[in-house]
Design a protein around this ligand. Structure first.
Ligand code: HEM
Ligand SMILES: *[C@@H]1O[C@H](CO)[C@@H](O)[C@H](O)[C@H]1NC(C)=O
Ligand SMILES: *[C@@H]1O[C@H](CO)[C@@H](O)[C@H](O)[C@H]1NC(C)=O
Length: 326
């Protein structure tokens, strides 16, 4: 009697423990696989070295050309805002199809070679496993980090799309947008006003060409500092393709961009409007005063941006060559 009962008790205890583990496992896997099918350790079995390969390649690329950080971050934005984060921005035009990248709105996208380099290494290590869309998302993440910004991990498992059309790029926000238009454009994709301002903070990296801001110089603009206006005119005297950095630390991810807006030194109309509009001015002031708050909001908004319109195995594929559909 005695031993039998204790055996049963022990069996029950083990069964209970097992069911606790089972529940924990379900909770954990629910956590790992979000509603969009992405997960943090998506490649852990099939391509465990994906992270170090991306990191090292981005780091090496930035060491030889620090301006590429901006290119990689912007590439991820353009990818996600058109057709979802599906690598459509990487597709080359063909005889029958003019791709996104040949739109005037490709506005000097850069960093394609870095993505190709990463893809080549991954195809050696684990052929046909890692999508180009994930590579773009991871490269943007690592570019932010190596430029001095926050490190954030991202879920993976995006599939590559099969569509890339020049006409879709009309859906990108224009540099002439005012705050309400920006709020609407980002709101349509599920972003709050604060997330839109945080994402605009990506303009702490990189530069714009005169073509993107020269219309600001044609009439007096009270939101534009007059000596900064002179600097811009001087830049534009070298032509439409002359570059002006967004802020004085163009290769460093910091909150100097927001401080520039406070001093009326915003480069694009769509930058300065964030300080000129009551709804967004307070957020700009907050980020200008508190870099840690900007970093936190930025990384959360980037993770969210990285889930836009994600495709699964039925709507996408893992491209073998990032520049063409399989
Ligand atoms: C808020 C709406 C936005 C507008 C209207 C906008 C527009 C632009 C324009 C016109 C340029 C300059 C292109 C050129 O003249 O060559 C630019 C550059 C850039 N954008 Fe945006 N952008 C926006 C949001 C974003 C977001 C959300 C990100 C990333 C999360 C981003 C990242 C960048 C970066 C890093 C550059 C510099 C690129 C380089 O130096 O190569 N932008 N953007
Ligand atoms: C961007 O588009 C222009 C045409 O508007 C094209 O000449 C240029 O090669 C494109 N740039 C890239 C990097 O694809
Ligand atoms: C923003 O632009 C839209 C469309 O051009 C215009 O209707 C609206 O009045 C503008 N808002 C402000 C505050 O200037």
């Amino acid at each position: 009697m005695q031993p039998k009962a204790s055996v049963r008790l022990r069996t029950m205890a083990i069964a209970n423990l097992l069911s606790v583990f089972l529940v924990m496992e379900i909770i954990a896997s629910g956590f790992r696989f979000g509603a969009n099918g992405l997960s943090m350790n998506y490649y852990i079995m099939n391509c465990p070295f994906v992270d170090p390969i991306v990191k090292n390649t981005v780091q090496r690329a930035l060491q030889s050309d620090p301006t590429l950080a901006a290119g990689l971050v912007r590439m991820h934005f353009h990818d996600c805002f058109i057709e979802g984060c599906d690598g459509s921005v990487l597709i080359d035009s063909t005889k029958g199809n003019t791709a996104e990248k040949d739109s005037p709105a490709n506005l000097s996208l850069r960093g394609y070679e870095v993505i190709d380099d990463i893809k080549d290494q991954l195809e050696d290590q684990c052929p046909g496993v890692v999508s180009c869309a994930d590579i773009v998302a991871m490269a943007a993440r690592d570019a932010v980090f190596f430029a001095g910004g926050p490190f954030y991990d991202i879920p993976k498992g995006r599939m590559d799309g099969r569509r890339s059309k020049i006409e879709d790029t009309i859906n990108l926000p224009f540099p002439t947008f005012n705050a309400s238009e920006l709020i609407r454009a980002f709101g349509q994709r599920g972003f709050s006003v604060q997330e839109m301002v945080a994402l605009s903070g990506a303009h702490t990296l990189g530069a714009a060409r005169c073509a993107s801001f020269k219309q600001r110089l044609t009439s007096p603009d009270p939101t534009l500092d007059s000596s900064f206006a002179q600097t811009l005119s001087k830049t534009c005297s070298a032509g439409d393709n002359a570059e002006q950095p967004f802020d004085v630390t163009r290769n460093t991810f910091d909150n100097v961009y927001f401080n520039s807006l406070v001093r009326k030194n915003g480069l694009l109309f769509s930058d300065q409007t964030l300080y000129a509009t009551a709804k967004t001015k307070g957020i700009v002031n907050g980020y200008a005063m508190n870099q840690a708050m900007f970093f936190l909001d930025f990384q959360q908004a980037m993770v969210k941006m990285g889930t836009l319109g994600v495709k699964d195995g039925s709507t996408g594929e893992v491209r073998v060559d990032c520049r063409k559909i399989n």
